[in-house]
Design a protein around this ligand. Structure first.
Ligand code: M6R
Length: 366
């Protein structure tokens, strides 16, 4: 039931306060600073044996994987590759003893993701999944899994099933590092404690919906849009662009901002809105200068920025505000205004938001 909302997508965006609360419940012991993921069945012995993790997924789930790479490499210092499932399955990938294949899937029934898991199984990988649909194939065939605690997701555009796996991957990184004995206690406690504020801060992002709607009204007739991000927020540029294109049918591209001068900057003019992810993270200065460069070429810049950031407010034409948060968790927040932006643009354009043309919720064919 949609309740007070016009579409399931809008309802699911708003459900993120609850889904993020449920994602933490029972997994995080804030007093001891410990993470538990029992369904993963991960022992210290296995954790120490892992020498590579290959994350494989499609669409939005793959974008979550790109953020997860940074978590696992930064916190657990295990090399991670992220592969689109439809590529991985046909590439004869290298899997050695100690390789984990970790797939991420809301439905747990995506054909390419299941085939990638099968490829991993054949080659002797340890198989893990992060899945929403209980009892789905991706859950059943895995050696261990993390179940997303988000409830059914009806809208074709994935929202709450994106933010939950981000937190799952962060928790996984902390657990791996802890079991491998490489994470100093104080650092572990800090990383775990940082999770505490996530649901509330997601709620603060939602409070900015009226401003997002006014930016959506300005952007509704755009033909193209460019989403730029760097580092941990680069995958959020991909995700923001995917949300916009799939439900509003506006052509959008997500790009690593550092690649602009290698081609895409040629596209910038007054008719090309540039959405720049510039929260308070280690790539902030680089993004600020990227905004200046886009402005210098006549671009119209909408920045995703931290509340109270006068510098970005001054540089950009308008801002989508997110509250301040430790940088590693920033993608959980920065994606929320972009979900709302895509939703409101599609809704103003009178489109069938929950059931966009040519798309299915679960892609069970190749
Ligand atoms: O069910 P899955 O998570 O495996 O689905 C993967 C993609 O098909 C899915 O994320 C798709 O990209 C969404 N429509 C994006 O909003």
């Amino acid at each position: 039931e949609k309740g007070e909302y016009r579409h399931f997508m809008q309802k699911e965006i708003h459900e993120q306060v609850r889904s993020l609360t449920d994602t933490l419940a029972g997994r995080v012991d804030f007093d001891k600073g410990l993470i538990q993921l029992p369904q993963l069945k991960l022992t210290a012995e296995t954790a120490r044996k892992i020498n590579k993790i290959i994350i494989t997924a499609c669409g939005t789930a793959q974008h979550a994987g790109l953020v997860g790479k940074i978590y696992i490499e930064k916190i657990a210092r295990i090399p991670v590759e992220v592969d689109i499932a439809s590529e991985f399955r046909y590439r004869d990938p290298i899997i050695q003893p100690g390789t984990v294949v970790l797939s991420i899937s809301q439905s747990g029934e995506t054909a390419d993701t299941l085939a990638a898991m099968e490829e991993g199984r054949q080659k002797g990988a340890i198989l893990w999944s992060i899945v929403n649909a209980i009892g789905s194939q991706a859950m059943r065939v895995a050696d261990g899994y993390i179940s997303m605690q988000v409830g059914p997701e009806i809208g074709v555009a994935s929202t709450k099933a994106f933010t939950a796996p981000l937190v799952d991957l962060y928790m996984l990184a902390v657990l791996l590092a802890d079991l491998r004995g490489t994470l100093p206690v104080e650092q572990r406690k800090k990383l775990v404690n940082d999770l505490r504020m996530i649901p509330d801060l997601a709620g603060k992002c939602l409070e900015h919906e009226p401003e997002v709607m006014s930016i959506a009204r300005d952007m509704k007739d755009a033909r193209d849009a460019l989403y730029l991000g760097r580092g941990i927020n680069m995958p959020i540029a991909y995700e923001g662009a995917l949300k916009l294109k799939e439900i509003s049918y506006i052509h959008a591209e997500g790009y690593p901002a550092g690649e602009m001068k290698h081609g895409p900057i040629a596209l910038i003019d007054k008719d090309m809105p540039v959405i720049a992810l510039a929260p308070n993270d280690p790539w902030y200065e680089k993004m600020a200068s990227q905004i200046e460069q886009a402005k210098a070429r006549g671009g119209k810049v909408i920045a995703v920025a931290t509340e109270g950031d006068k510098n970005v407010e001054h540089l950009a034409d308008s801002c989508l505000w997110v509250p301040s948060i430790p940088w590693m968790l920033s993608p959980v927040l920065t994606v929320i205004p972009l979900q709302m932006l895509a939703y409101h643009i599609a809704s103003i354009r009178g489109l069938d938001v929950d059931q966009p043309r040519n798309l299915a919720k679960s892609v069970t064919v190749e």
